[in-house]
Design a protein around this ligand. Structure first.
Ligand SMILES: Nc1ncnc2c1ncn2[C@@H]1O[C@H](COP(=O)(O)OP(=O)(O)OP(=O)(O)O)[C@@H](O)[C@H]1O
Ligand SMILES: [Mg+2]
Length: 238
């Protein structure tokens, strides 16, 4: 269980995140929606120890991990799949996966790599080729695979469908659902609200650094105008 409680994050005098709370349970997907600049990426990066937290808490299975160094947080069981995928283009697919497993033992990493290859056969096919030659969708799968290499209990995804062709978006979001179904808690930022809602269990809408809506995805699916109103209002205010 991943819990972010009343998180505050600032860039100098700019209060980018002002009391955001969001959680994700094992096997479930919490979708984070919000206009450009709402503070979604800042929330994920601060939870991951990549930005200083001003106040608030991040808990993993009830244990506070707030403000720890990122490699410790990864070892604790939380991992981030960053915006833009950030695969190491000149390295091979397999080398990227090996890097993702650096916090675990060699045996465990080898075992997990087999599971990643089962989940993404295309990565196995391309394992000796440079990651930079993969398509956008394949690079996203590699980014998922690299994150899975640390055997996380919770994963945060920052806009996994960004820049992908519409047909790829569906397949990537399907993969996200499969990852959650394996028992991992997922917190996912996604611009594509309609497609994100199709696979999500819970929704949090952020506007100008604050949570303006939080509830079951089912409620948002039945009444999309509610979410749209929050997103529209956020867009106008941004
Ligand atoms: N490195 C930075 N230095 C200063 N301000 C920043 C920095 N990064 C982000 N911000 C500001 O913090 C706020 C939140 O940005 P953030 O990137 O978290 O938004 P976001 O919700 O992820 O937006 P997007 O949908 O565009 O990805 C914005 O006002 C942004 O301009
Ligand atoms: Mg962002």
């Amino acid at each position: 269980m991943l819990e972010i409680r009343d998180l505050h994050v600032s860039y100098g005098k700019v209060d980018a995140v002002r009391g955001v709370s969001a959680s994700a349970a094992p096997g479930r997907i919490t979708l984070v929606l919000g206009a450009n600049g709402a503070g979604k990426t800042t929330t994920l990066r601060a939870a991951m120890g990549l930005l200083p937290v001003r106040s608030g808490q991040v808990l993993l299975d009830g244990k506070p991990i707030t403000g720890r160094p990122t490699h410790r947080i990864v070892r604790d069981g939380l991992v981030l799949v960053p915006e833009g995928r950030q695969v190491f283009a000149p390295l091979t697919v397999e080398e990227n996966l090996v890097l993702g497993g650096y916090t675990t033992s060699r045996d465990k990493a080898a075992e997990t790599m087999e599971r990643v290859y089962e989940m993404f056969p295309i990565l196995k096919e391309r394992r000796n080729g440079p990651a930079g030659l993969l398509s956008g969708g394949e690079q996203q799968m590699l980014a998922f695979g690299r994150a899975l290499m640390s055997s996380p209990r919770a994963m945060m995804l920052d806009e996994p469908s960004m820049g992908l062709a519409p047909t790829m978006v569906e397949s990537v979001l399907g993969t996200v659902r499969t990852i959650a179904d394996s028992g991992i808690a997922l917190l996912m930022v996604e611009q594509n609200a309609d497609m994100g809602l199709e696979i999500a269990d819970d929704v949090v809408v952020v506007a100008r650094g604050e949570v303006v809506f939080s509830g079951p995805a089912e409620q948002a699916r039945r009444n999309t105008s509610v979410v749209r109103a929050f997103l529209g209002e956020a867009a106008l205010g941004a």
